[in-house]
Design a protein around this ligand. Sequence first.
Ligand SMILES: Cc1cc2nc3c(=O)[nH]c(=O)nc-3n(C[C@H](O)[C@H](O)[C@H](O)COP(=O)(O)OP(=O)(O)OC[C@H]3O[C@@H](n4cnc5c(N)ncnc54)[C@H](O)[C@@H]3O)c2cc1C
Length: 389
Amino acid sequence: MFDVARSEPEHVTELRRQLRRFVAEKAPRERRRAWDRAHTWPRDLYGELAAMGLFGLTVPEEYGGQGRDIVAAVAVIEELCRAGPFLAGPFIHCAFYGGMNIAENGSSGQKSELLPRLARGELLFAYGLSEPDVGGDLSSVRTRARIEGDAVIVNGAKRWCTGADWADYIYCLVNSDPNAPKRQALSFVLIPARAPGVTTTPIEHANLRYTASCDVHFDDVRLPLGAIVGGPRKWNRGWEMLAGRALDVEKLEISAVAFGIAQAAMEEAWTYAQERVQFGKPIAAHQAIRHKLVTARTRLEACRLMLYHAAQLAHDGKPCAAETSMAKLFIGDTGVEIALACQQVMGAYALSDAYDMERNVRDLLGMPIVGGSSDMQKNNLAALWRLPS
Ligand SMILES: Cc1cc2nc3c(=O)[nH]c(=O)nc-3n(C[C@H](O)[C@H](O)[C@H](O)COP(=O)(O)OP(=O)(O)OC[C@H]3O[C@@H](n4cnc5c(N)ncnc54)[C@H](O)[C@@H]3O)c2cc1C
């Protein structure tokens, strides 16, 4: 294991120590392999993480959390990813999709009802943004919501809605008027995942197999007006929420997953290369291998600096749209380079499930796509830096 000494607050370093012990003891490779095969995650360990108070890291103290500590929450994702996505994924569904979004965008009623439960790890959210015909172009979502008296009626379909089959709520982006100018008819609504009219169908996929992502259909789903995120006065103001601080933090959360998994891949290859002997010496003594390892570790250090620089800005409430986009772009793309280099270091064993490498490669290949693709980050940055379009 690599040293965790960092220029970071002592409580974050202490949290890392605790989580490294936790992961090493409770999430050994055999369990990780079994979770991956079954597309599932461990409810028992989730409960233990909740008992440690980790889910309060994105919730203000007045609602029972520990105050919003974005650097610590990002470090939690990084450390949990040493076990793959099986613990980090559910942590994100509660602390980020739930806690972070409701703290940022919820009405006072939603905050007092949901945040204390989120801080205790009692509620899980799924993200309903993508649709069958909508990926990066989220302002074009077609899932339709209309207000009828004191109800919101939702019809439409979401795709890749990870965890919709076990989440309590779907944090869902909807359109109230397909003829309105782009971005001006978008809202978020909180849809109880088992409300009448909601059906979910799992999708088979190769990466992030802590669960199945789902196709979700909404057929005249009837919600109270209180289900509009931010309350009725935020109707049609969803774009602000999507493009605001919550998005900055979402880019960080995916970057932390990519970084944590890339680090796990590099550490596995590093250890393997010292144990595997070919031509009379450890393969780490062959220049082609040692150079790959050293390059991967150097790239990881660059990723770490970008990630925590952006996280610190977000934590301090400073503008960080560019830094979070750069981190998502760089870490997503660099994670793929690290994955492929580490895979080569481990030769045939990187393709067998005797090691974590084949799962880490699968997960890292998806990172430049999910949560805003690398191309979309480049578009964001070009716009932020005012290049002509
Ligand atoms: C395992 C998994 C879990 C997921 N979980 C969720 C979830 O929980 N909730 C959710 O809402 N979504 C989820 N997603 C969806 C994910 O966020 C989308 O895949 C992502 O937003 C990209 O959309 P897309 O794949 O449809 O690509 P598209 O938007 O169709 O893009 C395809 C390609 O074209 C490029 N491209 C598109 N537009 C442009 C442009 N303007 N300029 C340059 N290049 C462009 C893209 O970069 C990409 O390379 C998940 C996906 C996976 C695989």
